[in-house]
Design a protein around this ligand. Structure first.
Ligand SMILES: [Zn+2]
Ligand SMILES: [Zn+2]
Length: 413
């Protein structure tokens, strides 16, 4: 699979989204009705986006669509999202080799600017990460699996709250979402890759993250007399620049670790007042799973050691985020075969580890899995990134995703 072309973004091999679309439409079980349903599901969910852990109507909708296919669901006890177990075909099938297919279903707190006639009707909330498409593709896979029962049991996971830290996957794992499951797959829309190019990669594919908040407090006072209080602004600045230096010296430089402050707040604008409180907030990301484990042991003590000599009270809140998603070699190989079966060899693109986080990493901590990047760019329009208010996708990618899910579930190890 890795001898496949590196990125098809500039179309070096001549595949067009139209070619890829017609290849996927020729996949077993796909018909015009499914193609139409995929668009319908995606647009319904797109029009009615819901924030993390509040995907109640989305869950109701998914449940009713699965019921129409004759499947029962199990809703997660913590509120939203569900799993759906599809039994293996009656004969000649394995009862033990269970495959899970996962889609996330939450939207983001931002205002949509796509101008679609199916734009968000929920003010200040929109599907700018493509999770509407993920849910639709998994419903598409359910339709294919209902038509021709799979050779092994399949579990569908419609997962809430991917956009939170440490992510809804933690709750799903706690509720047994992957208990008894042998391998798992997820797809994520990639707007920098053309329709028909699916990025497959063995090894780490996303990075870890964590959130860091530092609060410094002292009595406050006159800038003429910093020695009579704790100088919050000075101490904050020292922490802001000092911690990165500690990370540089204490953490393996090959780990791709970066600490970035996104917010620093202190004072009310007066040049001659030492404030009583200040805060720093940022994120820590790492390409290495070992470093992800190590960082909470290194960073909070370093912050306390840097700030305390200035006579300030130090409070550090280190919120551990997701581990990197590490794609299992065997699962990546199966996924490469699945993509080839749907699109031909030219559909298998290379993918590199991104610095972004993804809570699918909680599943790959438990069981082998693979996370693919699904091209959704039409190759012509300006590219819009994920989490952009005008994020757009070419809906021809939906049938490709549904078919790849289905094929992965049918292939033997
Ligand atoms: Zn996102
Ligand atoms: Zn996402």
């Amino acid at each position: 699979m890795n001898n496949a072309p590196t990125a098809n973004k500039n179309n070096p091999i001549g595949t067009t989204p139209a070619d890829a679309w017609s290849a996927a439409k020729g996949y077993a079980g796909v018909d015009e009705q499914l193609v139409e349903s995929l668009t319908g599901w995606r647009r319904h969910i797109h029009r009615n986006p819901e924030l993390s852990y509040k995907e109640f109507q989305t869950t109701d909708y998914i449940e009713s669509e699965l019921n129409k296919l004759g499947f029962e669901v199990r809703r997660f006890e913590f509120g939203s999202g569900l799993t759906c177990d599809i039994p293996a075909a009656a004969d000649g099938s394995s009862e033990t080799d269970v495959v899970a297919l996962r889609a996330d279903i939450d939207a983001l707190p931002m205002e949509e600017t796509t101008g679609y006639d199916f734009s968000s009707t929920n003010e200040g909330v929109c599907h700018s990460c493509g999770h509407d498409a993920h849910a639709a593709m998994l419903l598409g896979a359910a339709t294919l699996l209902a038509k021709t029962p799979p050779p092994r049991p399949v579990r569908l996971i419609f997962q809430p709250a991917e956009e939170t830290m440490p992510g809804g996957a933690v709750d799903c794992v706690q509720e047994g979402a992957v208990e008894g499951v042998d391998r798992i797959i997820a797809l994520h829309c990639d707007p920098h890759r053309v329709v028909g190019d699916v990025g497959v990669h063995a090894g780490a594919i996303t990075s870890s993250n964590a959130k860091l908040e530092v609060t410094l407090q002292a009595s406050g006072g006159h800038t003429a007399r910093p020695h009579e209080t704790g100088d919050i602004v000075y101490a904050l600045s020292t922490v802001a620049t000092g911690v990165a230096q500690v990370v540089d010296r204490r953490i393996d430089p090959r780990s791709g670790t970066v600490l970035t402050w996104g917010s620093i707040m202190a004072g009310a604008g007066a040049p001659n007042v030492i404030p009583a409180k200040g805060t720093l907030a940022g994120t820590v990301r790492s390409a290495s799973r070992d470093t992800w484990v190590e960082l909470p042991e290194v960073i909070p003590p370093a912050i306390r050691a840097i700030a305390e000599p200035y006579g300030v009270e130090v409070d550090v809140n280190y919120v551990q985020g997701v581990p990197p998603v590490v794609n299992d070699d065997a699962c990546a190989e199966i996924a490469g075969r699945a993509v080839t079966d749907v699109l031909g060899e030219q559909g298998v693109g290379e993918a590199v580890q991104s610095s972004g986080g993804e809570d699918f990493g909680w599943y790959t901590e438990e069981i082998p899995g693979v996370y693919l990047r699904l091209g959704v760019w039409n190759g012509e329009s300006p590219e819009t990134d994920l989490h952009h208010p005008a994020f757009a996708m070419d809906e021809r990618a939906l049938v490709i995703g549904a078919a790849v899910f289905d094929r992965f579930a049918r292939l033997d190890r």
